[in-house]
Structure formats: C-alpha cells, structure tokens
Design a protein around this ligand. Structure first.
Ligand code: NAD
Length: 478
C-alpha cells in the first residue's frame, strides 16, 4: 500500500480502504492506493500550516535556488519519471517523455520567481503620497489532479505555489499516483524543508475533506467537468479561492484548401495520441464543404497503420487505456455511435485490438456524426474520432458554440481569412491554426472556456502566479 507524505515523513495509511493500481498494458495489479480519511487530510493540512510561516519568510532568492536544485534533480531522473508514467498510465514512452518535459518547463518558469513575484509602484499619486503593491502568499494551497498526466499536471501547480511562498497539500489521482509520489520524493532530495509539500492519497471523500478544511486557502483542480463544477461550488461555499479545469469536446475544422498531409498527421496525433486520454484531444473532425471526400479516406488509411501495444515497446504508436472500467465505457460509446446511425469507418473493437491482455481499444473513426448523437456531444476520452460534415465555416462555428464545453478547437486551412474568422468567433479558450494540439507552454495560462473551466485565473503561466499570491496595497505619505 502506498504511504502519505505528511510533514516530511512517509506515513502508512491508518485505514484499510484502498483501490488497486494497474499496469494497464498487462492488467496486472502493481500497488494499492489508500483512500485516506478526513483525519489524515487534517494531519497533512496541519503539517502544511506548521511549515508555512518559516517557508513564507524564506527569502525569494533562497526559494528560487531550491527550485533550480529541483530542476536539476528532475533532469537527472527524467527517464525514470517517464518510465513510471508509462507503467502506471499506459501511454508510450515517447508521450511520457513529452509529458515530463512539459512539466519540467513549469519548474523552469518557476525559477524566474524574483521577476514574477514583483509588485508595482507609483510614486506621487497625490501630493507626497505614493502607492505600491506587494505580493504575499496565501498560506496552505490544495491541489487535486486527474489520471491522464500524472507528472505534468501536479507540476502545473505546486512549483508555482511553493516558489510564491505557499505550502501545499497534493491529492494525486487514485488511478495514477506513482508519478506524484516520485515528484514528492525528489522535492525532498532537492532540499525543500519538511511540510512544504504534503501528499495525501484518496478519491472523492479525501477531496471533500480538503475542500472543507478552513486552513486551506485555495484549491487548484484539474479533472472531469462534473467534478470541476463540484469542486468550484464547494470551494466557494467554504470561502476559498479556486481554479477548476474540467472536461473537453474538441473540434477540428478541415477546409478543402488544407495541406492534406499536414492535416492528416496532425489530426491522427490529436485524436489518438495518449490513446485519446487528453483534454486537448481532437474528438470531432468537422469536414467543411467538399473536404470529407479527401479527409475520410486519408484518416482511415493513417488510423489503420497505428500500431497498438505496451507503451514501453518503441515500435508502438498507441498504448492501452488507463483502466478496464474506462475501456468498457469507451467500447460502450462506439456501440452507441453505431446504434445511433453513425458509419463505423475504423472499428477499435476489432479482435486484433481488444483480444490482448491489458486495457486496449483500437483507433476508431465514426463518420456522419451529428451533435444529436452522444459521440458528437459527450467527452469520450478514448481513441475515438468522430467526423461531422457541414456546408461552411459558419455552420461549423455554430456547431461548436452550441456545446457547453469550450476547451480547444483547431482549424486546418490555407485561408488566412477563414482562420481569422474561426479564431475570433469560436468560443473555446485554446485555438490551433494548422496545429492539432494547441497546448499553451508553461509561461502561458491553460485557458479553457465555458464549462471546461470554473474560476477566473487559469493554471500555469502568469495566471498561476496571480492565483497563488494576494496583493497588498500600501498608501504612504512622507
Ligand atoms: P476525474 O474528475 O474523475 O478525477 C479528477 C480528480 O478529482 C481525481 O483526483 C479524483 O479523485 C477527484 N474526484 C473525482 N470525482 C470527484 C468528486 N465527485 N468529488 C471530489 N473529487 C473527485 O477525472 P479523471 O478521469 O481523473 O481525468 C479525466 C478528466 O480530466 C477528463 O474529463 C479530462 O478532460 C479532464 N482534464 C482536463 C484538463 C484541463 O486542463 N481542462 C486536463 C487534463 C484532464
């Protein structure tokens, strides 16, 4: 059974309740994740409260030096972290390396704390009066993360929170906690003091205890839409600052004037990379005008070439899904799409895909999907690409804007005019133009819109620093 990190010590969980952890490529149970009680959350919060005054008083240059040291330690353990991600999540090693790199980039960004944490000053706002603001940390911050980026998403949160002078309680995903555990061990190796980062395993009940704890001043959350909404509402009810990133249903527009090779490989990567378990995954390709005639056969040919298998085999393009219940959910979606009248172009339920040990579903393409069908509306979070056919850009934009989620949308076209109209009118917070996965790098915020995000300050980038600090205005007369 995994342990919780409380005040610098790894402690055995007090209760016996746990959930099994799998290697999704084989289906084997590799560990047990404890479901920690409210009392264990209280212990972790108390440790973070104790560590806070000393940490907040540590000069910013010293906090930054420790962050540089963490960066060095993470680089040294880069391959090990990627291997942990592959073993616990299932994605290919190449995808895992990409994830670890994106996560370390947030640590790189956190190393600019002496610039990021500066306040502002205006002298002589009135006769002999100056105004300044300073940034102060909030205190104890809680972070709750999803299963699909077990190293990157914790790194969106705690490096920026810590370097800003807060202490942190992290609740990893109960399905993929091993990356977070290693990140916490390496933070200790880098020299961070005890209690600055605490880690409590568990699921919804553990999260609810964090949301209710009065000493936790702010919550960073990433996960599905219903959980994000719940966390946002509960955090607000308990008077906390909150940023809650939720689910996605990302559309990729394809115009007939596109560069077909570029569009095909980018859409295949967007839909099937990470086995579709990505909040920036392209879920619906929207073929505009005549585009379907070219698009569908090209996507079909490319999807059929993808090699499925364990993520640590370098020849493999796509790994398994994270868990068997999730695999069954995705298979149910494919069945429902077919039953609702969509055309199955590539069927990921074929025996060569699913009859292997582990939680595999093959790449799936379903054509002639409409928003009235579940496959056109609901997040599937698996390797299923829907194709919708519309007459023009206007109809495509309306189709996306009617949906409640608004994480990402992308367009493939040779027309600057169409791209510009798309950029301005589509109601999603992240936009790809001839790019299939529009991921903001560490120094930009991760800006989902509508029900894909609850709150106002997003994760990472300058929004992250804003979120983890509060401003104090000083008006002085001399
Ligand atoms: P999830 O919502 O099931 O779990 C996320 C976290 O919330 C976990 O730590 C879990 O223990 C906790 N949780 C789950 N249900 C809860 C509840 N009712 N009350 C309190 N806590 C609860 O999400 P997941 O399946 O781990 O991750 C996949 C989802 O995350 C997808 O919907 C995906 O789009 C989304 N996601 C979003 C982003 C983004 O930036 N918008 C990034 C990655 C993943």
């Amino acid at each position: 059974m995994l342990s919780n990190l409380i005040g610098g010590k790894w402690r055995e969980p007090r209760g016996a309740r746990s959930v099994p952890l799998f290697n999704p490529a084989t289906g084997e149970v590799i560990e047990q994740t404890p479901l920690s009680s409210a009392a264990e959350v209280e212990d972790a919060v108390a440790a973070a409260v104790r560590a806070w005054p000393g940490w907040a008083a540590t000069p910013v240059l010293e906090r930054t030096r420790l962050m540089f040291s963490y960066k060095t330690v993470l680089e040294r353990h880069f391959e090990e972290l990627a291997a942990i991600v592959t073993r616990n999540h299932g994605k290919t090693l190449e995808e895992a390396r990409g994830e670890v790199r994106r996560g370390i980039e947030v640590v790189d960004f956190a190393c600019s704390a002496p610039t990021l944490l500066q306040g502002r000053t205006l002298r002589a706002v009135s006769t002999a009066i100056d105004q300044d603001y300073y940034r102060y940390p909030l205190g104890v911050v809680g972070g709750i993360v999803p299963f699909n980026f077990p190293v990157m998403i914790p790194l969106w949160m705690f490096p920026l929170a810590l370097v800003s002078g807060n202490t942190f309680v992290l609740k990893p995903s109960e399905r993929t906690p091993l990356g977070a555990v290693r990140l916490a061990e390496l933070l200790t190796d880098a020299g961070f003091p005890d209690g600055v980062l605490n880690l409590v395993h568990g699921a919804a009940e553990t999260v609810n205890a964090m949301l209710a704890a009065p000493e936790v001043r702010a919550i960073s959350f990433v996960g599905s839409e219903p959980a994000a909404r719940h966390v946002y509402q509960e955090s607000a009810r308990h008077g906390k600052r909150v940023q809650a990133a939720g689910g996605a249903k990302n559309h990729i527009f394809v115009l007939p004037d596109t560069d077909w090779d570029m569009a095909t490989s980018a859409i295949i990567n967007s839909a099937f990379g990470n086995a579709g378990e990505r909040c920036l995954a392209g879920s619906v390709a929207v073929a505009i005008g005549e585009a379907a005639d070219q698009l569908v056969p090209r996507l079909e040919a490319a999807a059929r070439k993808l090699k499925l298998g364990p993520g640590d085999d370098p020849a493999v393009d796509m790994g398994p899904l994270v868990a068997d219940d999730h695999r069954l959910r995705v298979l149910g979606h494919i069945e429902r799409a077919a039953a609702q009248g969509a055309d199955l172009v590539v069927d990921g339920r074929a025996p060569e895909y699913v009859q292997r040990p582990g939680f595999f579903v093959g790449p799936t393409i379903v054509d002639r999907v409409t928003p009235a069908m579940a496959a056109g509306r609901e997040e599937i979070f698996g390797p299923v690409l829907s194709i919708s056919r519309v007459k023009d850009v206007r109809e495509a934009i309306n189709l996306v804007n009617r949906l409640p989620l608004g994480n990402m949308a992308a367009v493939f076209t040779g027309s600057g005019r169409a791209a510009r109209q798309f950029r301005d009118e589509v109601e999603c917070g992240m936009i790809g133009i001839n790019v299939g996965v529009a991921q903001p790098l560490a120094f930009y915020p991760f800006t989902g819109w509508k029900s894909s995000f609850y709150g106002d300050l997003h994760l990472q980038g300058s929004d992250g620093i804003e979120f983890y600090t509060r401003k104090k205005i000083v008006v002085s007369r001399w």
